[in-house]
Design a binder for this molecule. Sequence first.
Ligand code: ATP
Ligand code: MG
Length: 506
Amino acid sequence: MEKTEQIIQRLKDRIQQVDWEFNDLETGTVFSVGDGIVFVRGLRDVLSGELVRFEDDTLGMALNLEENQVGIIVLGDDTNIKEDDSVYRTNHIVQTNVGDNLAGRVVDALGMPIDEAGELVVADQYPAERRAPTVMMRRSVDQPLFTGIKIIDSMIPIGKGQRELIIGDRQTGKTAIGINTIINQKGQNVKCVYVAIGQKASTVAQVVETLRQNGAMDYTVVVNSPADDSAAMQYMAPYTGCAIAEYWMDQGEDVLVIYDDLSKHAVAYRTISLLLKRPSGREAYPGDVFYLHSRLLERAAQLNERYGDGSITALPIIETQLGDISSYITTNVISITDGQLFLDSNAFNSGRRPAVDSGLSVSRVGSSAQTQAMKHVSASLKLELATYYELLSFAQYSSDVDEETQRIIDHGARLTELLKQGATTYLSHDLVILSLFMNRYKYIDELEVKDIRPFESFVHDQFKQNHQDLLAEINAEYKLDEQLIEKLKTVFEQLVKDYKVNTYGR
Ligand code: ATP
Ligand code: MG
């Protein structure tokens, strides 16, 4: 009988004799192509995530490094790639164009312009994937990012560097919240990146048009990987968007990034993984799907002074089915972010828009960045609303409610009305404070529900026309002291009187 060593030696000899057909380190040969996935023999030195080039100059990214083949996703069109074509290493990882000139542009998932605005002169190239800033590079979130959305800035405030998830069923105003937040960055020195993943091209065109009409494209770049893009491109889009933001963060600027949406991103990644024949797990997602989003969202940060004080605030969007927030991808992203804005489809359909559910929504870090004035006028809001909804459901079943209950319900109805606002309203922080001031000091209780929003516009107009000095005082530090509160009260009392005379004749 042969000894073990002899067997091993014999096998080694046999291996030595094998004429490795594909032992090229730098180039490879395509042996199968389809669905945007190419398997290649050779390329034995290629790195995971490395950019490769095909014969027809199409680019690809090496994702699967296996023993005798490399799995590559094609970044673009795979129709011109044939079997036996050569593939070359580039020694680069996927990069994107970055720089100030990207503002106002629409680019694809690799940062190449796809709008009609001509050539793009770029400042630099940034890797699409980069390590997130370390703990030592960060400082805590303490600067507010004003969304201009009353219900958010008052109860679920967002700070610069925070990651806040927008979550809700389809057609509940998720995109609208992102877009409205971008519109409200006008004049705030915040650059914006809107990443559209797997959406209809017409929807994205609409978004770009809305941003343009509101003068928000001047400081915004749209990264678009529409539904007819390959899964590989949709997979790359958010990383590219993040890299574009990172350039500005490195320059010490504040950036807001919206990923619309990560549900579709996860699906694109699942498609790639299945085509690469990776083992599938829960809901057929690959085992590393958590890492897909954690490495993306960890790149949002508030850098400290030593690193230039820049920030990236991320608002990822997730679409739920029938309000189910316990599904796989949803729970993953909830656990990665610093809070969530939960959108309620019933509220949305009954006209309560934006449909942010104040009970289920949380912001874990933003309150330390909330302004003193906003804290003052909104401290009791969550409780007021919770009490209102509770009593409302009771009152539905009983005809006579006591006076106190009725008072709370009446107030709640007015507050709910006050928190409504359109999908593209620009509202500066001082005006948001004024709006909530009229709830805090109960001026809305003197009006009928239908008059709340007209009254609000009336107040805003009056302040802008006749009380610029008071607005300036609010804007100075967003601080309401006793004196300022008294001054505001005096004005409000007069305004309520005027408004009542004008509309009710008394
Ligand atoms: P989808 O699931 O299709 O992506 P979505 O959740 O992103 O939808 P939006 O596209 O933002 O929802 O909004 C759906 C519709 O509701 C749009 O026509 C939008 O204009 C309208 N809408 C959103 N928010 C408001 C609002 N606050 N006031 C009035 N209309 C709104
Ligand atoms: Mg949407």
